[in-house]
Design a protein around this ligand. Structure first.
Ligand SMILES: [Zn+2]
Length: 150
């Protein structure tokens, strides 16, 4: 996908499609591709403003999805790596490891509290993270933090 394709999807204003693409972009493993998109961030950012959509009935959900994309690409531009997404959305370490995005180094699970502390490393940039996974409401939640080093 080229930046022009992404822009035209965003300009379509299709809530569902834009939501889907915001999550699929965050699952891209190719850092070179993400950095290329991040280099065109100034083409995307205006599309998240309310004034852009004001004549189309506000499009709140569309703007939330576009904000998700711009926040992610800004972080990719700053950190240089896809793994910036872990501080933005609550991914589960095991499924990220299955996709080859990270490598799990240590999984400390407490059966009493059902809390897990998963130490892992990004397979692209070698950044360390700890993913905390715990029960919340009807499901599991995850919260990540960056580790300076092990
Ligand atoms: Zn990384």
């Amino acid at each position: 996908m080229e930046i022009e394709d992404l822009i035209s999807i965003l300009q379509s204003g299709n809530e569902r499609e834009i939501s889907d693409i915001s999550y699929s972009l965050m699952n891209v493993s190719d850092n070179a591709f993400l950095q290329k998109l991040a280099g065109s961030l100034e083409l995307i950012t205006p599309l998240s403003s309310s004034s852009y959509w004001s004549s189309h009935g506000n499009k709140h959900r569309v703007r939330v999805s576009i904000d998700r994309i711009t926040t992610f690409l800004e972080a990719v531009r700053t950190t240089g790596c896809r793994c910036a997404k872990y501080l933005q959305l609550p991914y589960f370490a095991n499924s990220e490891a299955d996709k080859g995005m990270i490598e799990i180094i240590l999984n400390e699970a407490d059966p009493q509290t059902r809390k897990s502390k998963i130490t892992c490393q990004c397979t692209a940039c070698a950044q360390y993270y700890v993913a905390h996974e715990f029960d919340a409401g009807f499901g599991r939640r995850a919260q990540w933090e960056k580790l300076a080093k092990l």
